[in-house]
Design a protein around this ligand. Structure first.
Ligand code: 13P
Length: 245
């Protein structure tokens, strides 16, 4: 997404760099990470930490006077009720979150989440003033069969049905690049981001083995507006390097 400066030149917004810790870091580890991160990061990115549910509240107090924001890694599609073990949108808000990741491929794969459920969750998140980061992406087989664009388009159309796009971030996360060390090349990622931008005018971030060694190049592409970082976000130094790029 671009905004215009006073002299009408198109300038880029700061990248959005998000740490998805997945099922890692207890409270002590989360606090240690944040203490280190606060000393290391400069002002060049917008930063969101997707910590575990149990660490969110304590991080909220630690981050109160910083620019770093918090998000939940998932939430339930109902607002409250008899859903043992689930977390609602308003609970995330209450714990200090401004964002929520929805539709991550690990949730689709291990917890059988469908585009329809994700659509419902996006609407509930927006109702509760949480900014959803909606994840889409193809498998290696789909890429090899030249189905990337149709898969991504289909996921987005179903997930975003009836949704106002303005308050949604899209994350393009090719499944074959997640946790594999195999990053999409900047050109491969840019091609899909450009395709998505043609349909949805919003921020689109890239996820899949992003690390300090490849972040700068990926983030320099015109339609890559940030990163959703898994493995490399677990270490404050490497995450800060990505944020400071
Ligand atoms: P990795 O950075 O470990 O590949 O994970 C990406 C991801 O799933 C972020 O949501």
């Amino acid at each position: 997404m671009k905004e215009k400066s006073q002299d009408q030149k198109i300038v880029r917004m700061k990248p959005l760099i998000a740490a998805n810790w997945k099922m890692n870091k207890d409270i002590a580890e989360s606090k240690e990470f944040v203490n280190r991160l606060l000393k290391l990061v400069d002002n060049s990115s917008e930063i969101v930490l997707f910590a575990s549910f149990t660490s969110l509240y304590i991080l909220r107090t630690m981050l109160e006077h910083s620019r770093i924001k918090l998000g939940g890694q998932n939430m339930h599609s109902e607002e409250k009720g008899t859903y043992t073990g689930e977390v609602s949108a308003s609970m995330l808000k209450d714990a200090g979150c401004e964002y929520v990741i929805l539709g991550h491929s690990e949730r689709r794969q291990y917890f059988h989440e469908t585009d329809e459920t994700i659509n419902k969750k996006i609407k509930v998140a927006l109702k509760n003033k949480l900014m959803p980061i909606v994840c889409v992406g193809e498998t290696l087989e789909q890429r090899e069969n030249s189905e990337t664009e149709s898969v991504v388009k289909n996921q987005l159309e179903k997930c975003l049905k009836g949704v106002k796009i303005k308050n949604v971030v899209i994350a393009y996360e090719p499944i074959w690049a997640i946790g594999t060390g195999k990053t999409a090349t900047p050109e491969q990622a840019e091609e899909v981001h450009k395709f998505i931008k043609g349909m949805y005018k919003t921020r689109i971030i890239y996820g899949g083995s992003m690390k300090p060694e490849n972040a700068k190049e990926l983030l320099s592409m015109p339609d890559i507006d940030g990163g959703l970082v898994g493995g490399a976000s677990l270490d404050a130094k490497s995450f800060a390097e990505i944020c400071n790029d």
